[in-house]
Design a protein around this ligand. Structure first.
Ligand code: HEM
Length: 506
């Protein structure tokens, strides 16, 4: 064939080839889609689990919801629509049933945490995925967090609550005060005191310390790394100072932990008589051959600061927001507190006097029910061999969870769930059987919150001190939408919580 002839033939054959190629492509897509539909409808082990159509095929919609901070509320709506078992992605399911709570979080549960946790914090008790390694690490920490041990350090926490009382008094005449900020500073200073040997000074100045900014960024970075590990590795190579600063927020947090721990050792040594958590952890590490190394202690105390702060401060923020709308409830609490002495603690009671006050504890329970700081389902993975839960069989590695935002709103167990009603805890001080099964702001079982006694102690001291001395009302600048929230593992309120505190004898 001459070159001339070849040129004449080529376009025609080329067109044929393009058409053939397109047809083949279309066929392949058709076969893929048909196979996907057949698989999802006939063969998928999750084919009988109800859920949105898209969730059967892809997890992208869920990722979008999560990135927008709407996971807990969206999953809640899905449970209202589809019932107690809902498919969220091809390999992810959410439950609201008691047998699921038992299987995932019960004392006997051997479900590992989902791989997502690997990027949340670095190598501490919180992100040990498998049960064996988790149990080993937890054993080395448990003693320091027991109620008795936490009671030992009540005076240290009381000092910080006293500071908050001073701040409340001095700022009363200085315009609208954002108590979301002040409760955060309280939680940070409590954490600094018990984990790092000294407070961060958050209650001593107007501006939040840099550490807190880093903590806010670290949260988002961990979440993004968990969901898009490769993309995040790529982004970290970008030659931008601002991006690098943002992505290295957690480096600074852990570096701070090392410096703070070194400072603690220089000031107090390894055998001090201090009653804080760090001293107890260091002593146990000395006593045991298999104890924590210095680097591990420094890592854990950084993790603890992250676990302890926004959880406790969010709880206090929402609790006071609710109280500010119920003056009668405050009056009843004041009545309960009237014989509690605050003379030795400069306005702050002794924690032991608060332990058994029914209304105070009912108010705290109700705040944690209606506004759990970790509202989403805590992700676990179905272990090897698969597992039957709530009538469905799930293969190994399916991601499963039970969101407490939803279990706490079961109207059969918590009637009128959107009302703030401590009364329900007064009628049943330890909760009914059903309430106890569904109530889990601190999670349950072997991986529950190690800091629960400390969080409750801090809340009792703060609520009792402020309510005994002050009537709290919403500041006129306070908008209800400020307390709307998104969730990125933790709840993040949309705005500040502007409250007025007026001494009750004024
Ligand atoms: C109102 C306050 C708090 C709430 C609602 C809360 C809630 C939780 C929840 C739901 C978990 C389980 C997380 C998961 O499985 O992914 C958890 C774990 C944890 N919390 Fe808290 N927390 C609070 C305060 C604290 C405090 C004050 C500390 C430190 C003293 C702390 C330290 C931890 C640690 C270390 C873990 C991991 C435990 C483990 O995996 O063994 N938390 N918390």
């Amino acid at each position: 064939m001459s070159i001339q002839n070849f040129k004449q033939v080529l376009p025609e054959n080329g067109n044929v080839m393009v058409v053939k190629g397109l047809s083949l492509g279309a066929c392949a897509i058709l076969i893929y889609v048909t196979w996907q539909i057949l698989y999802v409808r006939l063969f998928s082990p999750l084919r009988n689990v109800p859920g949105p159509f898209l969730a059967k095929f892809s997890g992208i919609w869920l990722l979008y919801i999560e990135m927008a901070g709407k996971r807990a509320k969206t999953v809640h709506e899905l449970h209202r629509k589809y019932g107690p078992v809902v498919q969220l992605a091809p390999s992810e399911v959410s439950f609201t049933t008691v047998d699921a709570i038992e299987a995932l979080y019960g004392v006997q549960s051997l479900f590992p945490k989902a791989p997502w946790y690997k990027n949340m914090t670095r190598g501490g008790v919180f992100n040990r995925i498998e049960h064996g390694p988790h149990r080993e690490r937890r054993k080395l920490l448990n003693h320091a967090f027991s109620p008795a041990s936490v009671n030992d350090m009540a005076p240290l926490i009381r000092d910080q609550v006293q500071k908050l009382m001073r701040v409340t008094e001095t700022h009363r005449s200085q315009g609208p005060q954002d108590f979301r900020h002040w409760f955060r500073m309280l939680s940070f200073d409590v954490s600094g005191t018990v984990f790092l040997g000294q407070p961060f000074g958050g209650l001593d100045c107007e501006k939040a310390p840099q550490y807190i900014e880093d903590l806010d960024s670290a949260f988002i970075v961990w979440d993004l790394r968990g969901r898009f590990p490769t993309l995040m590795r790529l982004i970290s190579t970008l030659p931008s100072k601002a991006v690098r600063h943002f992505l290295t927020a957690d480096d600074r947090i852990y570096a701070h932990g090392v410096v703070a721990f070194d400072g603690y050792l220089a000031r107090h040594g390894r055998q001090s008589g201090r009653k804080d958590l760090l001293t107890k952890i260091v002593k146990r590490s000395l006593d045991q051959k298999e104890g924590l190394t210095d680097a591990q202690v420094a890592g854990e105390i950084s993790n603890l600061t992250f676990a302890a702060t926004d959880t406790s401060s969010n709880s206090l923020t929402y609790l006071f927001w609710e109280l500010a709308k119920q003056p009668d409830l405050q009056a009843q609490m004041r009545e309960e507190l009237k014989d509690i002495s605050v003379s030795a603690g400069a306005g702050v009671p002794d924690h032991r006097d608060l332990l058994n006050l029914p209304l105070l504890n009912a108010v705290i329970n109700e705040a944690l029910r209606k506004h759990p700081p970790v509202p989403m389902g805590l992700l676990r993975a179905i272990p090897t061999g698969g597992k039957k839960i709530s009538g469905h069989f799930f293969p190994a590695k399916t991601i499963v969870s039970v969101p407490c935002h939803t279990t706490h709103r079961d109207p059969e167990v918590f009637p009128d769930p959107e009302s703030f009603s401590p009364q329900r805890w007064l009628e049943h001080p330890n909760g009914t059987d059903e309430m106890r099964k569904l109530y889990m702001p601190f999670s349950k079982g072997m991986r529950n919150c190690i800091g629960q006694p400390m969080a409750l102690l801090t809340m009792r001291l703060t609520v009792a001190s402020l309510i005994k001395r002050y009537a709290v009302t919403l500041n006129e600048t306070m908008k209800p939408e400020n307390m709307e929230w998104t969730d990125h593992f933790l709840v993040i309120p949309n705005g500040g919580c502007f409250l007025d505190f007026t001494p009750v004898n004024e």
